[in-house]
Design a protein. Structure first.
Length: 265
C-alpha cells in the first residue's frame, strides 16, 4: 500500500512538473526591456531576459524553475523569443525583473521545509501529497530578502496538487491561501547553516553586535517587544495560531535584521 501511494504521489508530481515545462516558452520583446542575469554552476554570469516561472497565485513555482534567454541568443528579427527552462541542476542563482519593474534575486539553497511538510489542514490523500511536495524538495531557489552578515530568504511551502473528495476542497483552498500569504523566513549567518527565522532566534543572532543588542535591550525594536505566540494548554502551537506567529517575522526582518546588516560588520 505504501509503495502504491508513493508511486501515485510521484506520478502526480511528475505530471505537474511536465505541465509547467511547456508553459510560457514564447516571449514578445518589449521596447523598454530590462535584463536580469543567471549565474551557472561554474560561477559564470550571463545577462538576458529572465522571466519568473510563478506569479502572485503560485509564488512557489519561482522556487522550482526559471525562464531564460541570453542576450546573445535574442533574435530581434523575430517577433517572439524562445526561452530555456532552467532549474536548480543548471544554475546557482538568478535575478529577474518582475511586472512591477522590481529586481527579484533568487539563490539555489538546500533546505527542507519540514514545518509545511508536517502541517496540513486537509488530511487524507491531499494531506499526504502536500507532505510529499514539501519533504521531497530540499534543493530550491529561495528569494533573498536582505543580504549581509545575516542573509534572510523568503520561502513558500508547496500546496497539495489536487483535492481528493469534495469535503477536502474548501480546506485545501484555505490551506493554499495561507501558504500564499504567509511564507516562511529562513536565514544564514556568516554563510552558516540555513535555519528558520523565529522571534526567539532573532534575539539570539543579533547578540554579537553591541549596537543591535543595545537597541533590543532598550526596547527600541518594536517588533521584538512582545512574542505574539499564543499557546494551548498543552503548550503546543495550534493550527489557527500559525498566522499570529508568522505575521511578526516580516517586521523583524525589516526593522531588526536589516538594521543589523547595515550597522554591524
Amino acid at each position: 500500500m505504501k509503495k502504491v501511494l508513493a508511486l501515485s504521489l510521484f506520478a502526480v508530481a511528475s505530471f505537474n512538473a511536465y505541465a509547467q515545462e511547456d508553459n510560457n516558452t514564447d516571449y514578445a520583446l518589449r521596447g523598454d526591456e530590462r535584463y536580469g542575469y543567471i549565474i551557472d554552476k561554474s560561477g559564470k554570469k550571463t545577462e538576458g531576459i529572465v522571466r519568473l516561472n510563478g506569479d502572485a497565485l503560485s509564488p512557489w513555482d519561482n522556487q522550482k524553475k526559471v525562464k531564460f534567454v541570453a542576450v546573445s541568443d535574442i533574435d530581434k528579427s523575430k517577433k517572439k523569443q524562445k526561452f530555456k527552462t532552467l532549474d536548480t541542476d543548471d544554475i546557482k542563482e538568478y535575478v529577474a525583473v518582475d511586472d512591477n519593474n522590481n529586481e527579484r534575486h533568487f539563490e539555489n539553497i538546500k533546505y527542507t521545509n519540514t514545518k509545511e511538510g508536517f502541517s496540513t489542514a486537509t488530511g487524507g490523500l491531499s494531506g499526504n501529497i502536500k507532505a510529499f511536495n514539501n519533504l521531497t524538495k530540499s534543493t530550491q531557489f529561495a528569494e533573498i530578502v536582505t543580504d549581509g552578515k545575516i542573509k534572510v530568504y523568503k520561502l513558500y511551502g508547496y500546496p497539495t496538487t489536487f483535492s481528493a473528495g469534495n469535503s477536502q476542497i474548501a480546506a485545501a483552498e484555505a490551506e493554499t491561501k495561507r501558504m500564499r500569504e504567509h511564507p516562511s523566513y529562513i536565514y544564514s549567518k556568516k554563510s552558516g547553516k540555513i535555519e528558520e527565522l523565529t522571534f526567539a532566534k532573532a534575539k539570539i543572532i543579533i547578540g554579537d553586535c553591541s549596537y543591535a543588542k543595545g537597541k533590543m535591550t532598550s526596547g527600541a525594536y518594536a517588533s521584538l517587544k512582545n512574542d505574539e505566540k499564543k499557546r494551548s494548554g498543552l503548550g503546543r502551537l495550534i493550527k489557527s495560531q500559525i498566522d499570529d506567529v508568522m505575521s511578526n517575522v516580516p517586521e523583524i526582518v525589516e526593522e531588526v535584521i536589516m538594521d543589523y546588516n547595515e550597522n554591524c560588520k
